[in-house]
Design a protein around this ligand. Sequence first.
Ligand code: 2RA
Length: 333
Amino acid sequence: MKVAVVGATGLVGTKMLQVLEERNFPVTELVPVASERSVGKEVIFKGKPYKVVSMTDAIAAKPAVALFSAGGSTSLEWAPQFAAAGITVIDNSSAWRMDPAKPLVVPEINADILTAGDKVIANPNCSTIQMVVALNPLHKKYGIKRIVVSTYQSVTGTGVKAVTQLMNEREGKEGEMAYKYPIDMNAIPQIDVFLDNGYTKEEMKMVNETRKIMRDDTIRVTSTTVRIPVMGGHSESVNVEFEHDYDLDEVKKLLAASPGVVVVDDPANAQYPMPKDAHEKDEVFVGRLRRDESQPNTLNCWIVSDNLRKGAATNAVQIAEYLMEKHLLNGVK
Ligand code: 2RA
């Protein structure tokens, strides 16, 4: 199958190439796309060099599927043009996520909504993906009423420039700043821009995307998102109130049996999820499971995942795998 990766030289694009290769996605020809200044450069895929091409050339190459990670404005302009050519776009930007006509998909939860007619499919925000993978099985069993989440997010979520800022600060070097403030030895309680309601865009993504993916607008969600000087994954402290009471051992068993979830919860031996352990893994790790003793039917937990993998590239490739298995891609038997 011909596969395009748009934004192939960025952090997520590079990870998409790695994940396609690792999961042995049947790529017969790769069509790497990047900004005009990267056209003509080479990317290596499965040991073979491929020349970076322009958007127009990528459409002309007619790939069956295009994985986009090139930012919202590029996606708004180009995804419809790929779609019009019959190419299925799986888009990692926020451009289409809340469009009622576009599916927002985490395969473990709602891949069943996908049809051959869906030509632009939105990949959710990284911090949302890891939370819903862990919480959806609990929602099905106990009914979630309200979620209070605080995040501790890796600099890799911002991109290469932020990783460079952190490294420069550690090495005492001057350089371009991705953030308004130093990130090393700091915590910045702002991810993305502020909205009129005093929340950031990242915080409202967690509210709105969670409801759309879990197909339940009654779930109340409130979020505080924070950037910390960490690489390898996002962490989330989650307080979740259920309609019905739960048994803690049953919660652990349910999570351990859920696809894509790994329970790491052994306080006696200081075992809990951490970004350094989640790095380069595809699963969502859950631990610190305990009753919120301040009110009934409420659980506290700690959720960690590699934001570039399950939070971005892996989720996108899993969507492509589902489309392929269900024969929902043009020209793919
Ligand atoms: C971040 N959620 O970590 C973003 C990346 N999509 O900033």
